[in-house]
Design a protein around this ligand. Sequence first.
Ligand code: FAD
Length: 588
Amino acid sequence: MSKKYNIIVVGAGHAGCEAALACARIGIETLVITLNVDSIAKMSCNPAIGGIAKGQMVREIDAMGGEMGLITDYAGLQFKMLNSSRGPAVWSPRAQCDKGLYSILMSKSLQNQKNLDILQSEVTTLLVKNKKIYGVKILTGEIINANMVIIATGTFLNGMIHIGKINFEGGRFNEKQASYLSKCLIGDCGLILERFKTTTTPRVNAASIDYSKMFEQLGDDKPHPFSHFTVIEKWRKNLKQLPCWLTYTNSITHEIVSDNLDSSSIGIGEVNSKSPRYCPAIEEKIQRYPQKKSHHIFVEPEGYNTNEIYLNGLYTGLSFDLQQKMINSITGLENAKVIRYGYAIEYDYSNPLQIKNTLETKNIENLFLCGQINGTTGYEEAASQGFVAGVNACFKFLEKEPLVFKRNQSYIGVLIDDITTKGVDEPYRMFTSRAEYRLSVRNDNADLRLMDIGHSIGLISDELYKKFKLYKKLLINICEGDVINLFVDEELSPWSIEKAKNEIYIHEKYKGYIEIQSKMANKIKKNEDKKIPKNFEYNKLDSLSAETRQRFSKMRPQTIGQASRLHAINPSDIAVLMIYLEKNKKER
Ligand SMILES: Cc1cc2nc3c(=O)[nH]c(=O)nc-3n(C[C@H](O)[C@H](O)[C@H](O)COP(=O)(O)OP(=O)(O)OC[C@H]3O[C@@H](n4cnc5c(N)ncnc54)[C@H](O)[C@@H]3O)c2cc1C
């Protein structure tokens, strides 16, 4: 192969797919190289997209012309608006997906995309001269030149799989690890790589489950699609939702786990690296919360055409026989047969302090990193970074100003700012509490916040943008009490008069709170240099989580600015700290 590409994307997972599509759609000749084309956009863990804060990110990617939302609408088998009993500011869409269909639809998008080539191979070496990248070498020894390279290699770099006492190399179960690239990232690119780990649950056969003993969990009656461009009524008509189920662990399950911690790859610390705190293995949960007598297990289908069922909540590194025993101790799963065992995986990641807010590495020019390689976890976090890396690699190539997202504009802005300024010391996942402007960066208004950007970068077509502008005009008319009968839904579709009215209702409802929120954010900025007394007793701050109190006590920041930059500290924690500091001052 002698062709030179403008951009090469390494890896076609969730980050790589968004990156490659963004580049090609902007009009740049792009090649995506991936280990196995049959596992493009494979969902390594739960085939679910969205959820708290993650759903907002998918809406943001979609508002700018990304792919994840659209694919989810057509691969989803159950849709739920999480937090719908609370205010719309925290509503988060989530969809359980058909994993096979998701992967097929994303592969097709890539295959049909103009300016985009796909190659199945392993990238072994990055070609660097004078601290600038100029191409890659693949396993066969061929060299492919490129102006920009985006690395999106997920959990594959030196991936090591653990099941009980057994361990073996692999990037995912039954897929080979990428064993060369880490050496090159360290040696030729001067990056420091560290190790994280994550676990997944066993999958069981639906035919062996007794659903009559479980609680049925249905999707929403009036489901909401992820994509702004999905025409709701038509989509709802064709959607066939499947039920999920709920059951619980019990004292016998807990006993099996506790008695066998020494034979788990998690319990005995055979896998020493850090795992995602908020997706703990069942071994970790039982040790961490000994007072809890049971934990939820959501029993979720993995597709329309498979019997495989995902046991959400049963992440584990136990041995094969113990996994089976543990599962059979759970109500409804007494006779359940395992199809795939759960496992833990350790892998190399690069601390994101080594990249800029465009996701280009600080060390090597034109080399971008996105997704799990930056120490994050989750499909949505990966896709968001893929989109940002793709657009910025194009802009660098085209010599345009970079696209940097602000924290008050999007969750994507919060994600990139957090990881590139604070780094990570455990796998980073998004939460609403990380976003100080969460009342304004809602799932309902992602289009109003970001679609202008999507159009300006060339990822939203003129035709759709025209309709969006009409919708914005309608919003103004409603606010000003003008006639709205000048607008008809057909002309506005996929937007609608109903959506406009709802948008204004939400905006009005939150107006006051949004002002308070923005005052608080400004106050934190202004108090950057405010001193924290040396012996300040963080343990007394009971409105902070135990983890946050521990972190403050350990790090003992000297100023509010330092405290706000600590890893895993959220703006809401700083707001609480400031209130206590004021109180402390008055008391003294
Ligand atoms: C066992 C397991 C459990 C998980 N559990 C959770 C969880 O509980 N919660 C959660 O949020 N997330 C979990 N995840 C993580 C989730 O799968 C990732 O966050 C997400 O897939 C990351 O997307 P990505 O695009 O960065 O990488 P991936 O989706 O892993 O894709 C990486 C791609 O790079 C390709 N590749 C790698 N190296 C090379 C190379 N040298 N040359 C060419 N191609 C290469 C691979 O073939 C693959 O296509 C889990 C992952 C695994 C494996």
